[in-house]
Structures are given as C-alpha cells and as structure tokens.
Design a protein around this ligand. Structure first.
Ligand code: CA
Length: 225
C-alpha cells in the first residue's frame, strides 16, 4: 500500500509518515498543493492525505481538480480545527473523509483502513492494456493463454507503464515511485527491470513492447501483427 501525504507542516508530515511506517505502509511526502496534484496524477496511490491550507494550491482545489480528471484516489482531508464549513466544503470538493488536527495515531489508522477497504471493493482486479492483463493482487501478467508471475519491482514498474499507456512515463517517476524518493537507485536499476519485463513480454508473445525514449523515460507501444 502506498500513501501520498500532502502537508506543509514538516513535523506533522513526519509524524504521519512514522505512524504509517509502523503499519508497514509506505508513503511519499510533498509539501505543497501543486506537487501533490502532480504526484497524485502520476500515481497509483491507495490513499492521499491532503491538508487544506497549503502553499501554491489549497487542498480544496487539489481535490476538485483530481475529481474533475476522474482520479478516484481516496482522499482523507486534514482540517485545522473542528470547522464544519471546511469539512462540508472538503467533501463537496471530492474528499472521501476528513480528520481534524490534532489527531491520535489510532484515529488516523482507523480512517486509513476504512478508506482503503472501501477502495478495495471497487478497485479493478486487473489492469489491462492491449493484449495484456495484469492481476493487481496476484502479480500475474496474462496474454491470451500464457501467463507469468512478476517479481515485486517488475510488477510495480509495469503497473506504472500500463497506467501511462502509450504516453511517456518519465524515468524519474519510475525511480521515485518504485525505489522511493530517497533511495539512491541508479538508472541502471530501472534499465535492468525494463529488460526483465521485455523478456517476459517476449515470452508471452505479446504485441506490447516497451520503448525507451532516450533521456526521458519509457512508453508502451503496440506492434502491428
Ligand atoms: Ca498547512
């Protein structure tokens, strides 16, 4: 499970990160609304924890924009105080739930569980692209009658590429999302996984290939048969 935390109060975002980490939930942290929007757009986050008062773009606008773009990532909005108007406004903008600061770790975790469970019921079981179907919980990649199980990182890389489809997925995005913002994963690392995936696509006899866009990233291409 991967959570996006959009919070400009460093102490609070660190606390959130630690609480989630204690439950083995990974999170990415950004400290302004514009970055939050960018990350959420790229992402396959299971949940977004979104502060209301943020630099560059406030939480209401971030939520509204994502919903306009049909981004269904569950949003837990943080409001500064027990402010009914803000809560209503947050829900109107597309947030799924809200939490008032300050909060206890247990309350946060209960809400995280509830929101991700709710998502679990509607989430697609497979991610499909051209002749490929990737099982979201099984990590099994199918093409016609053939199938192959992907390793954890292969799965994460391919999931992002499939979400991007024929648009370019920046290498930076892959490194950040799969290896984490603070990891020192070398570019070669991504290259290696792309190469494993290409072999598996070949084995599956898929029409889909992974094209390298030099110095930018990767995109999926569907070859004519
Ligand atoms: Ca704030």
């Amino acid at each position: 499970m991967q959570v996006l935390i959009v919070e400009d109060e460093r102490r609070l975002s660190q606390a959130l990160e630690q609480i989630l980490k204690g439950e083995k939930i990974q999170s990415d942290v950004v400290d302004n609304g514009a970055d939050g929007l960018d990350y959420a757009r790229i992402g396959s986050y299971d949940l977004m924890i979104l502060d209301v008062m943020l630099p560059k773009m406030n939480g209401f606008d971030v939520a509204r924009q994502l919903r306009q773009e049909k981004n269904a990532t569950p949003i837990l909005m943080l409001t500064a105080r027990d402010d009914v108007q803000n809560k209503v406004r947050g829900l109107d903008c597309g947030a799924d739930d809200y939490m008032t600061k300050p909060f206890a770790a247990e309350e946060l975790l209960a809400r995280v569980r509830a929101l991700t469970r709710r998502r679990g019921e509607v989430v697609l079981e497979t991610c499909d692209f051209a002749d490929l179907s990737l099982g979201m919980t099984t990590n099994i990649l199918r093409c016609g009658a053939r199938s192959v199980k992907l390793g954890f990182k292969e799965f994460e890389v391919l999931k992002l590429l499939m979400a991007g489809g024929e648009a370019i997925t920046p290498k930076e995005t892959l490194l950040t999302r799969v290896w984490g913002a603070e990891s020192s994963a070398e570019d070669n690392n991504a290259e290696a996984y792309i190469s494993f995936l290409r072999k598996k696509l070949h084995f599956l006899d898929s029409a889909v290939g992974i094209e390298t866009v030099r110095k930018v990233g990767y995109r999926l291409e569907v070859r004519a048969r």
